[in-house]
Ligand binder design. Structure first.
Ligand SMILES: NC(=O)c1ccc[n+]([C@@H]2O[C@H](COP(=O)([O-])OP(=O)(O)OC[C@H]3O[C@@H](n4cnc5c(N)ncnc54)[C@H](OP(=O)(O)O)[C@@H]3O)[C@@H](O)[C@H]2O)c1
Length: 327
């Protein structure tokens, strides 16, 4: 069977979560890792039994045997590293949010399409079996016309200025790290919203500590999204339609169960699918499958949807009057 050779760009935390899943995927071989620090790269390689270690990202992308590169750097560095990989002729899967803003997203998408190279945002939620069941219920008309989506995504961690979430200089803040998930979730079901209204609290490290986003569609549907740090929450989501509703009680973005209900809240159908590994195996399989089939885009995580999300997030920041100093 043909194998896809993977390169891992950055030996950080999310790269390790992704590799834990990727190494279980049939037809995928983690061939190399690139880290700015040789020792860190070597330790990562030893942990995941990776054959080749490069002490720079340029050396990694120059390896002629690598087919696809997973980018696990902080948000600020997504754009430059996507360009680095595409220019070297590599397919790419890059952590969310795809870039810092829509102009960057347009540019990397244009280049990937020009070069006929695969590019995907690592929006793993859209590859999860429970999400796909939710989408199927919606497409089958099980809840009728969507009227309302409500979702929250809070992380309970302590105030920690160096942490990426609080760090302005690397593209921190709730919007790009957390709100990207519920915005992507509902935009993949309803398309581009016709109206965006957003407010945020910008904290002392000059990032949005929390934000509130209301999206409206001319169909009458609306979405109410709240995200932020320092609040312990169950992160539920609910989709309410004209004929029924779908509830996702706990961590909707990584859910392993959901319920289809009638308007009296009685459960009509349920889905419960535990992870095979840690949840990232579904996006890893999706990328590997697309590459084996010679596709340059994933139907589960289309680039136009990632671009729509970046435009929504840009509009939120415009309304707050917030820009990153490095933009
Ligand atoms: N999909 C998810 O569930 C999920 C969860 C958490 C985070 N994320 C995303 O993953 C990305 C990274 O988060 P993380 O938690 O993995 O962070 P992390 O542990 O700090 O790792 C980030 C890596 O970026 C690399 N890097 C490149 N340039 C850098 C610079 N100038 N300063 C510092 N590091 C630099 C470093 O790799 P080297 O030193 O090896 O070069 C570092 O290990 C973010 O975009 C975040 O939104 C996704």
């Amino acid at each position: 069977m043909k194998q896809i050779n993977w390169g891992i760009l950055a030996a950080g935390r999310i790269s390790s979560w992704f590799c834990t899943a990727l190494r279980t995927v049939e037809g995928a071989r983690i061939l190399a890792v690139g880290s700015r620090t040789k020792e860190k790269g070597e330790a990562f390689a030893a942990r995941f039994e990776i054959e080749r270690v490069y002490a720079s990202y340029d050396e990694l992308v120059a390896d002629p045997e690598i087919d696809v590169i997973y980018i696990g750097v902080h948000t600020r560095y997504h754009y430059e590293n996507i360009l680095r990989c595409l220019r070297a002729g590599k397919s790419v899967v890059c952590e969310k949010s795809l870039t810092v803003n829509a102009a960057q997203a347009e540019e990397v998408i244009r280049l990937a399409r020009e070069k006929k190279l695969f590019l995907m945002e690592a929006m793993w939620s859209k590859c999860l079996p429970v999400y796909l069941q939710v989408k199927q219920w919606v497409q089958e008309g099980q809840i009728g016309d969507i009227k309302m989506f409500k979702a929250e995504f809070f992380t309970p961690g302590k105030f920690d200025p160096p942490h990426r979430l609080y760090n302005h200089s690397i593209g921190g803040g709730a919007l790009l790290d957390l709100s990207v998930y519920p915005v992507a979730y509902i935009c993949s079901l309803l398309g581009t919203p016709d109206r965006v209204d957003s407010t945020a609290y910008i904290g002392e490290t000059n990032v949005d500590v929390d934000d509130s986003i209301v999206l409206r569609w001319n169909s009458g549907a609306f979405a109410h999204i709240c995200c932020g740090f320092n609040i312990a929450q169950e992160n539920p989501a609910v989709l309410i339609g004209s004929k029924g509703k779908i509830t996702i009680d706990h961590n909707f973005l990584s859910a392993t169960s959901a319920q289809l209900r009638d308007l009296n809240n009685e459960i009509v159908a349920e889905v419960s699918i535990p992870y095979e590994v840690n949840g990232y195996e579904y996006e890893a399989k999706e990328v590997n499958r697309c590459l084996l089939e010679g596709k340059i885009e994933s139907a589960l995580v289309p680039l136009d949807e990632s671009l729509t999300v970046m435009r929504v997030l840009d509009e939120c920041r415009n309304q707050w009057g917030f820009r990153f100093a490095f933009e």
